[in-house]
Design a protein around this ligand. Structure first.
Ligand SMILES: [Zn+2]
Length: 352
């Protein structure tokens, strides 16, 4: 199984393509007649107003009236093959923005590319942050030497659930908001897409606290994958922005939020581009359900051993182009944005 894992991951990294803003599938100086394509990549910085910063992989940083919210950042990004993984202190120091004001870290699942860097970030850079995630993530963060057990809350037990009895699935347990300052969020039962050929390479859960942080990559077990509905609240406590976040592609109805009876639409949907071809109707079914004004595409770049100081490279194996063409023709009212890592996206419509 270990050899199969390595071969599959080597295929993925061997298929990376160079990328410049707006162009996919070509080198930095595209020539006429090449196979370059215009894509919705952006590379904005120093924007005014409410904004979200893409940190690469499944990581995002929201700043809302001085309160920060982190979505599972990953900077270590070991080179191939990632058999053994450790947090890279220097890369975190080099690329992590100022997160002193972060009170909330949301973790969708516990794979290394979503959780490996979280302990160090909580210890050194976000001293007031509480992490929220699934039970498995909690058992990993409970490793005694980290001293983080008291700074984790298991939201899996109160997630909005999906039940499946052949041949249908249905949902129950809605309206489980957690409110922190001017933000509230709800965990939703989601699903982890297979990595390759229908195989999930890193499946499994933990049911008791670990004694030491995992080093072998397959010991970063995913647990139950969660999506999140996030409301940024105005002065009166009403949702000013509603954001839906996923760190893995899923089959419907996994990841679908309940209908909230306040008339507020979803403003921003954050999707995961990796492994979309391994599930059905993603993100199309969710787009039809949510009708977001903006679709932010994450987890789209080749992150294995990447240099965040250089333009990112696209994962050819993920078939993003077919997906993006499908979305741009089928969902014309939704503005797609595929930001470069460490670049910003405005939440307001009148910003880029
Ligand atoms: Zn994963």
């Amino acid at each position: 199984m270990r050899l199969v894992t390595v071969l599959m991951l080597l295929c993925l990294v061997g298929c990376a393509k160079d990328l410049t803003p707006g162009l996919v599938g070509c080198a930095e100086d595209p020539s006429p007649g090449s196979d370059c394509r215009e894509e919705p990549t952006t590379n904005e910085h120093n924007l005014n107003g409410p904004k979200i910063t893409y940190l690469g992989v499944g990581g995002w940083l929201l700043d809302w009236h001085g309160e920060g919210l982190l979505l599972a950042p990953s900077f270590s990004n070991p080179s191939m093959p990632p058999i053994f993984v450790r947090a890279n202190e220097q890369r975190i120091a080099d690329y992590l923005p100022d997160v002193k004001n972060v009170k909330i870290i949301l973790i969708g699942h516990a794979h290394y590319d979503h959780l490996l860097d979280v302990p160090l970030i909580m210890q050194r850079y976000a001293p007031d942050a509480i992490a929220y995630g699934n039970r498995t993530a909690g058992h990993i963060l409970a490793v005694p030497e980290l001293h983080l057990k008291h700074r984790f809350i298991n939201v899996e037990q109160r997630m909005y659930r999906v039940y499946c009895t052949t041949p249908q699935c249905y949902q129950a347990n809605p309206d489980q908001w957690t409110k922190v300052g001017r933000v509230r969020f709800m965990a939703i039962q989601s699903q982890h897409a297979p990595h390759f050929a229908g195989v999930d390479l890193l499946e499994g859960s933990y049911y008791e606290d670990l004694k030491a942080l995992p080093v072998y990559v397959r010991d970063w077990k995913e647990g139950t994958t969660l999506a999140f509905l996030i409301d940024l609240l105005d002065d009166a406590g009403r949702p000013a922005y509603r954001i839906h976040y996923q760190d893995s592609a899923s089959n419907p109805p996994f990841g679908f939020p309940p209908l909230i009876a306040d008339g507020k639409d979803v403003d921003v949907m954050i999707m995961c581009a990796a492994s979309t071809s391994q599930v059905s109707q993603y993100p199309d079914a969710l787009l039809r359900y949510l009708h977001p004004r903006r679709l932010l595409i994450g987890h789209w770049e080749d992150f294995f051993g990447n240099d965040l100081g250089r333009p990112p490279r696209l994962l050819r194996a993920q078939k993003e182009h077919q997906m993006l063409t499908r979305i741009s023709t089928g969902f014309k009212d939704t503005r797609m944005v595929m930001p470069f890592p460490l670049s910003e996206v405005a939440l307001r419509d009148d910003e880029p």
